[in-house]
Design a protein around this ligand. Sequence first.
Ligand SMILES: Cc1cc2nc3c(=O)[nH]c(=O)nc-3n(C[C@H](O)[C@H](O)[C@H](O)COP(=O)(O)OP(=O)(O)OC[C@H]3O[C@@H](n4cnc5c(N)ncnc54)[C@H](O)[C@@H]3O)c2cc1C
Length: 496
Amino acid sequence: MTAQIGTKEDPYDILIIGAGPHALTLVVRLLTPHPASLYTDKEQERFVRSSKLKSAIRKERICVVDEHGAWMTRWRMLFDEYGIDWMRSLVDVHPDASDKGSLRDFAMANNRLDEIKEIDDFVEKNKHRASGFNHAQHTSFQIPSSSLFIDFCAHLVEQLDLKNVVRQARVTRITPVPSGEFELILTNRGGSVIPLYAKRVVCAIGNVGIPNVPRWVQECQACGRRRYPRDALMHSSELATGGYLRQCRPTQKGRRVMIVGGGLTAGHLVKRGACQFDEVIVVTRQHLRVKQFDVSLQWVDRHSASYLCRFWQESDPKGRLKMIQTARQGGSINGWMKEDLSAMQSSGTLRIRERVQILTATWIDNSTELGQHWHVELDDGSMECVNRIWMATGSKMDAEHDKLLSQLHRAIPVGCTEGLPMLTTDLKWHPQHAIYVMGGYAALQVGPNALNLAGAKIAADRIVESIRDEEEESSECQVCVGLEECQNRYDAIALE
Ligand SMILES: Cc1cc2nc3c(=O)[nH]c(=O)nc-3n(C[C@H](O)[C@H](O)[C@H](O)COP(=O)(O)OP(=O)(O)OC[C@H]3O[C@@H](n4cnc5c(N)ncnc54)[C@H](O)[C@@H]3O)c2cc1C
């Protein structure tokens, strides 16, 4: 990283907040002169073989700021803490813009093809069968192992020499300055504060929202005649970031944990809980829903393009929100998780209580056989005694309350629908300001996959195309080095 870039006199071309998979997808896309998404497979093959093509942007003029100081730290931490062995998304969905098949090629080159496996979403297929789904046309789905995916991302970082692009700090303020650029206030670990300047800003801050805390928790805390130990009642976000999940103490006889929620996070917590407790009890409002992806199949398979078109044709943000909610349908677990949970039920370590909700939880601080415990009253009239309650109740994304976005919202007010900002089509926070948003906060523009790796690709394409258009318009075109030689990007084919 060159020290003098990022000043008022010489701002970065792009400053990205967050170094997760979305930011990586964007940086790789920026540095890929001929991304697969813009060409047919044949054209793309020719580009990949061509050595004459140059990068589309200069890496030195990109800065990524992340409080962890390295690529994908949060992702790694969550996957480690939850013990996730397999990705939920497909093998061709990854941050490399140059070639859909590159993760598979990486597996092949490293003798790791056994880390890609075929999956079959029977439940979803059966639903489709009822609506005329044609199995003959169905292509199989393949997913990579989590370690293969993470090693591939590390390989991309190394190949493109992106390690030093990331700078460790927390961005606490974004302010437009009169010259048209942005001043960003960075707070370092030690608390010192420095300003950095950039022509464009991208918020790729992830989907960490405000934890969804059920009502009975607020009531329980309010009445709190007896205070309970901090780890007696925790949300999954605190459990994962506080290092509580990997403690694998020998089970103490009779100790129980209750897990609230019916999504994949609840499933991971069950598996972690079984290492620490004698019995795990899951309490879920609905029946456990089984599906491979966190969105319904039509948003992933060959029909996804037509579903996305329908989404983009909907002009009312409330209509879009409804489509997102229908596609995501709350929490669900995948087929293997279901198998694992069924095995635990058979062995007696797990009880699943579906279609019930907690009414009250009272902390009992006595020295009975159970020790300190929660007395939990459920809405079917039953009760349970448990030592710990873990909430896998998700989180709520709300730009008006997020630490960074709420500040941005005050500086540049925009409309929000249920906490999601109404961005422009090219994912700008506001038409007159080059601040872009990707990830879950871009859901009203990107669609139900916004927070996933698939959404990262859509967002990266839109942001990069917007930047190129602006650069071309201002005819300075410092960014489009590779395209200077061509009248338009299809002329590049003739370079070969
Ligand atoms: C357990 C789990 C498993 C998942 N599995 C899959 C899967 O298999 N396939 C799939 O497609 N999706 C999956 N997802 C969904 C999604 O892909 C991930 O949530 C992914 O991490 C989102 O990437 P991101 O870059 O938007 O955010 P993150 O990975 O959260 O990265 C954002 C980064 O920004 C940093 N940051 C935030 N605010 C600031 C600030 N103000 N200043 C500086 N830095 C900041 C954070 O520290 C973090 O490092 C999964 C999600 C979870 C939680």
